[in-house]
Design a protein around this ligand. Sequence first.
Ligand SMILES: [Zn+2]
Length: 61
Amino acid sequence: MEAIKEPNSKFVKVRCPKCKNEQIIFGKASTEIKCLVCGKVLADPTGGKSKVKARILEVLE
Ligand SMILES: [Zn+2]
């Protein structure tokens, strides 16, 4: 099976507001995304599209 590429499927580079760690996360994750360093929640799943709480530095397409 081939993966269907959806237009909203983007990776974003974010900076953790707490520890300044830069991390690339999936912009449409269905689960909570936490900072790998300090564990702060960076994005919440909200109906298919993540609500990113961290500062977005770059959108990777
Ligand atoms: Zn952090």
